[in-house]
Ligand binder design. Structure first.
Ligand code: 4AZ
Length: 263
């Protein structure tokens, strides 16, 4: 119930961003409002990062390039878009200019994706053209194993830095370091979510630091591997409310099989 209310409120607050459904500016536990503790970075430092945009150039989600023509993102980013309306910007620190802008040939998202629990929040895009690796464009490896609790990881994106009244997104890519928590720990008494964290998820936490709306679909990376896909959270950087990510190691087989099916 709380989630449904949060969904409605977050849609009202940040209409233009394809946001996960469980983040709310009115969350009773929410006291902060930034992507929270992030810093500007460059695409050369995160060359697998891409921006998903509509035809008018509005950024709506992040994604990760995993091969010459495949981007991994969140299912919830893709639900309301037709292939013909999505553009992918690669190789640019700025989401609104530079690098290359490519069209999409096909998309797929997980059959098990649930809009109520957000389990299986994974999808892929097949690009309409192949892209070569350069200094600013690189394929990232899918993690085979979820990193241990406490492993440092970096999350990046063009998501909002202001949680409530700030409607415009940063043009420059932002990064923040957070620490891995497995789904059981994340759903335990030590944090505030309880049993709404599932085994297709992995969390990452650091006081005052987090992903936020507009970062969805983007990469959580540890040891140069894609470990998580930005999925949801109650608020952003709220105390004891970790960022929740789709767990790439758990979803890897689906990703690989689905890539094959789109070939
Ligand atoms: C969102 O709505 C969203 N704090 C993404 C990440 C987090 C919360 C919300 C994690 O896209």
């Amino acid at each position: 119930m709380h989630r449904l209310l949060a969904l409605l409120l977050s849609c009202l607050a940040i209409g233009q961003i394809g946001a996960a459904s469980v983040s709310s500016p009115f969350d009773p536990f929410e006291h902060e409002g930034r992507i929270v503790g992030g810093e500007e970075t460059t695409i050369a430092a995160h060359p697998y990062q891409v921006s998903l945009q509509n035809k008018r150039g509005s950024h709506f989600c992040g994604g990760s390039l995993v091969s010459k023509n495949i981007v991994v993102t969140a299912a919830h980013c893709l639900q309301s878009y037709k292939v013909s309306n999505i553009r992918v910007r690669l190789g640019s620190t700025l989401y609104n200019e530079g690098g290359i802008l490519v069209e999409v040939e096909a998309l797929a998202y997980h059959e098990g994706y649930s809009t109520s629990t957000l389990e299986y929040d994974v999808g892929i895009l097949k690009l309409a053209q192949d892209v070569e690796e350069t200094d600013d464009i690189r394929y990232i490896k899918l993690a085979e194993v979820t990193p241990a609790n406490g492993t440092p990881a970096v999350v990046t994106g063009w998501g909002t830095k202001c949680y409530f009244w700030c409607m415009s997104l940063p043009k420059t890519l932002q990064e923040v370091i957070v620490y891995i928590l497995d789904w059981r720990t994340c759903g335990s008494e030590d944090y505030k979510y309880g049993p709404i964290v599932y085994d297709t998820m992995v969390c990452a936490y650091e006081k005052g630091k987090d992903a936020c709306q507009g970062d969805s679909g983007g990469p959580l990376v540890a040891d140069d591997e894609l470990v998580g896909i930005v999925s949801w959270g109650y608020g952003c950087a709220s105390s004891l409310m970790p960022g929740v990510y789709a767990d790439v190691a758990t979803l890897r087989e689906w990703i690989l099989n689905t890539i094959k099916s789109l070939e």
